[in-house]
Design a protein around this ligand. Structure first.
Ligand code: AIR
Length: 191
């Protein structure tokens, strides 16, 4: 078996990686439903990202190469999602100097999601993985954007606009609930 090398990775993608500081990796294409939500959140806000699948168990050499050279490839933060025996975020964190955000995924081989959560959350002392909620692909993208917002103005602007957009969404939710209150009150009067 031939070894997977740094040059193989560059051959696959070129050496610019779409000018992305955020890398999104996942154990399988079956994780896409969850992970693409984060990618779409970034895309809609004009934040460049790179995305590929890497399996800690099925393609360990490719994972090791990605982790070892992610910093050199220009990434500043890695989002890693996996399901079941979810070793990808922790193994990448152990071999990279970059911060890793782990996304536990309730996958087809997951019992109920706890296996993925605990595999990513319960890292040994010395090798942290910032773990978001089960299937939290979007939150991972927001956290990654907050990290690069420390030194990228564009990302800082995206983060500044994020809180007001949530307030607006909540205003709509508030209206729905209050409208329901009025409907119930009206029904009570006419009863
Ligand atoms: N997985 C793949 N290699 C190692 C792990 N932990 C995970 C994937 C996916 C699940 O196994 O992240 O969540 C099922 O993968 P598949 O390819 O069988 O659908």
């Amino acid at each position: 078996m031939t070894k997977y090398t740094r040059e193989d990775f560059i051959r696959e993608f070129g050496d610019k990686f779409y000018g992305a500081m955020i890398a999104i990796i996942m154990g399988s294409d079956s994780d896409l439903d969850v992970m693409e939500k984060g990618a779409i959140w970034l895309q809609e806000r004009g934040i460049p990202f790179f995305m590929t699948s890497i399996s800690a168990h099925r393609t360990p050499e490719r994972m090791a190469i990605f982790a070892a050279f992610a910093h050199e490839f220009g990434f500043k933060v890695i989002i890693a999602g996996a399901g079941g025996a979810a070793h990808l975020p922790g193994m990448v964190a152990s071999a990279s100097s970059l911060p890793v955000i782990g996304v536990p995924i309730k996958s087809s081989n997951s019992i109920d999601g706890w296996d993925s959560i605990l595999s990513i959350l319960q890292m040994p002392n010395g090798i942290p993985v910032a773990t978001v909620a089960l299937n939290g692909g979007t939150n991972a993208a927001i956290l990654a954007t907050k990290i690069i917002a420390l030194f990228v103005d564009k990302a800082a602007n995206v983060i500044s606009a994020h809180a007001p957009s949530l307030t607006l969404k909540c205003k709509k939710k508030q209206e729905i609930v209050e409208n329901k209150m009025r409907t119930i009150q009206k029904q009570q009067k006419t009863a």
